[in-house]
Design a binder for this molecule. Structure first.
Ligand code: NAI
Length: 250
């Protein structure tokens, strides 16, 4: 698999879960991978694992709620590897389920700042570097909950719907300058996140509502994500790809 050879990719929230699976899949596709996470130790672990497998990798601390940190991470990427071609804006958080009127304002702000503004801050930093490199490809991590509603997760659902709007807008703005921007929308995946926002038991119950009646795996998300990042998806931009075992089809 060499579809991303000679490409430099930056992944946010890559210290675990879906982001780490995507970083591994990008490395397997030949990309140089900049593994970023607010948890620097986890980013270092993943980068070390990629290097051991023969890939070029770099770990960087990046809290996506800090616009300057996003600019700095992109600058460090370009300083180290000379360019930025691919970006996966994946970092996100969930929250305990509660009705809208019980959601503390600070929690709303934290979820929207991380899951939506974080994607904006990162794209705002990544796009100039991609224009400099002559083009690029971005995938933003939405969710099936960016396409359909889900009770008692209003900040998360609203932020993920916002990610899709942001993705479509960026795709329109940069298509003529060689940057494709797409979103992926997984349903419930068995990662650390499920222990926060929705218990594993409830997630499994929700997943059973999908025609395929199961959770999605991080590797399944990585497969579609890396396809979209690669030139194999050269005519695909502004689109949202459900990876949801059919959840939203009903
Ligand atoms: P996870 O909790 O396993 O991993 C999230 C990673 O993001 C962690 O390494 C964490 O340290 C990092 N992170 C958290 N806040 C950050 C910040 N401010 N800046 C940078 N990094 C930060 O979660 P998972 O499941 O891998 O989630 C990844 C993305 O996939 C998220 O955007 C999530 O909303 C989305 N997603 C997850 C689904 C699931 O069921 N697990 C389903 C659909 C979408």
């Amino acid at each position: 698999m060499t579809e991303c050879a000679d490409h430099v990719a930056l992944v946010t929230g890559a210290g675990g879960g879906i982001g780490a699976a995507c970083a591994r899949r990008l490395a397997a596709a030949g990309a140089t991978v900049v593994v970023t996470d607010v948890d620097e130790a986890s980013a270092k672990n993943v980068a070390a694992e990629l290097e051991q497998s023969g890939a070029r990798a770099l770990a960087l601390p990046l809290d996506v709620t800090d616009p300057q940190a996003a600019v700095d991470a992109v600058a460090e990427t370009v300083r180290t590897f000379g360019r930025l071609d691919l970006a996966l804006n994946n970092a996100g958080i969930s929250l305990p389920r509660q009705a809208l009127d019980a959601v503390p304002v600070e929690l709303w702000q934290r979820v929207v700042e991380t899951n939506l503004s974080g994607v904006f801050y990162c794209m705002r930093a990544e796009i100039p570097a991609m224009l400099e490199a002559g083009g690029g490809s971005i995938v933003n991590m939405a969710s099936v909950l960016g396409v359909v509603g889900f009770g008692e997760l209003s900040p998360y659902v609203a932020a993920k719907h916002g990610v899709i709007g942001l993705t479509k807008t960026a795709a329109i703005e940069y298509a003529s300058r060689g940057i494709r921007v797409n979103a992926v929308a997984p349903s419930f995946a068995d990662t650390q996140m499920l222990t926060v926002g929705i218990t594993p038991r409830k997630a499994r119950a929700a997943a059973l509502l999908a025609p395929m009646a199961r959770l999605v795996t991080p590797d399944e998300v990585a497969e579609v994500t890396v396809f979209l990042l690669s030139a194999r998806a050269s005519a695909v931009t502004g689109s949202v790809h459900l990876i949801d075992c059919g959840y939203a089809a009903r």
